[in-house]
Structure formats: C-alpha cells, structure tokens
Ligand binder design. Sequence first.
Ligand code: PRP
Length: 181
Amino acid sequence: MRDDIAKVLLSEEEIRERIAELGEQLSRDYENAEGDVVLLCILKGAVVFFADLARAMRIPMQMEFMGISSYGTEQKTSGIVRITKDLDTSIAGKHVIIAEDIMDSGLTLLHLTKLLSSRSPASLKVCCLLDKPERRECDITPDYRGFLIPNEFVVGYGLDYEGFYRNLPFVGVLKSSVYSE
Ligand code: PRP
C-alpha cells in the first residue's frame, strides 16, 4: 500500500497536532451549547477524522452519521447528492457541526448544508480537515479548516482511491501510475 504513495503530504503527527487545535477551538466556541451539540460524520471519508476530532473535543456531544453518494466520476463530483443513510434523530434546535474529510469542488457540502438547513438546526457549521480551494466550483468555505492543500490526488486518513487506502494513518499523494494504469 505504501509503495503506491509518491510522498507524505501530512504526517500523523501534523494531523494529530492540528486536530488537537481544532478540538480546542470547537470546545471553546460551543461551550455554551452544552448538551445540544451534534457532531455529524459524513460517511465514508470523514470517519477517521471524525473519530479523532470527537475525542479532541471536551464538551458533551451526540454523534450522528450520514451516508451520501454523489453522482459523478471518481475524481469529479456533480454535487447532486443521494442520501444512502439518513440521520437517526432530528437535528431541530441542535448545534450541528459537519465533520468532512475534504472540500474539493465544494458542491457536495453546498448541497448538504442546504439540505440540513431545511431541518431547522439551531446552527450549522462545517469542519473540514482538508481544503483544496483551487478546485472550488461554488462560493463556499469551511467554517473550520484543518489544512489548505494543493491540487494533488490525496489518499489516506479516510480518503480513498477505489475504496482503498483509507486506513493509511497519514495523508499522502497517490502515484499517478496507480490511477492512470
Ligand atoms: C468525497 C469527500 C466529500 C466530497 C468532496 O466524498 O468525502 O464528501 O468527495 O468533493 P466535492 O467538494 O468536489 O463535492 P466521496 O464522494 O469520495 O465519498 P466517500 O466519502 O465515501 O469517499
């Protein structure tokens, strides 16, 4: 698996340190919302980030999971999102923080935030580990961001290529030979 990685973009330690900062910032920002915070994991890519971020936050929260699938090709989303697993509970009146792994075109999160806003949360924010602004196709920025990254094909720490590499503990650039073969 590691032989397919051209270079490590973000090491385990860099990710751990940044998530500790994000957890601290969120804990401060939401300290008055105690009991009403919902951390929402967008499956599947966000699962690793979500698990680490939740444990870096020192406030009570509920965890929710949503599965989405966007129509499009492997490398380009269309922004039309199909829900494959919906929330189990209502988010009305809750302070919802969406945990996402990456914002690329931004179309997935644009669609998702519109959808969730219609369900009357008390507030709705996006916390995204990786932000690739060069690829943005709409006017959206994450409220909380881990790292700005260049326009490279990244895998690991939840991000996949054809379903694999999600369990790499770092974020790496995939060798182009892997996906151009
Ligand atoms: C990835 C990622 C975001 C979306 C970002 O999901 O988790 O949801 O793409 O792309 P965008 O900003 O261009 O819309 P993917 O569809 O690969 O599914 P996965 O999370 O199950 O890997």
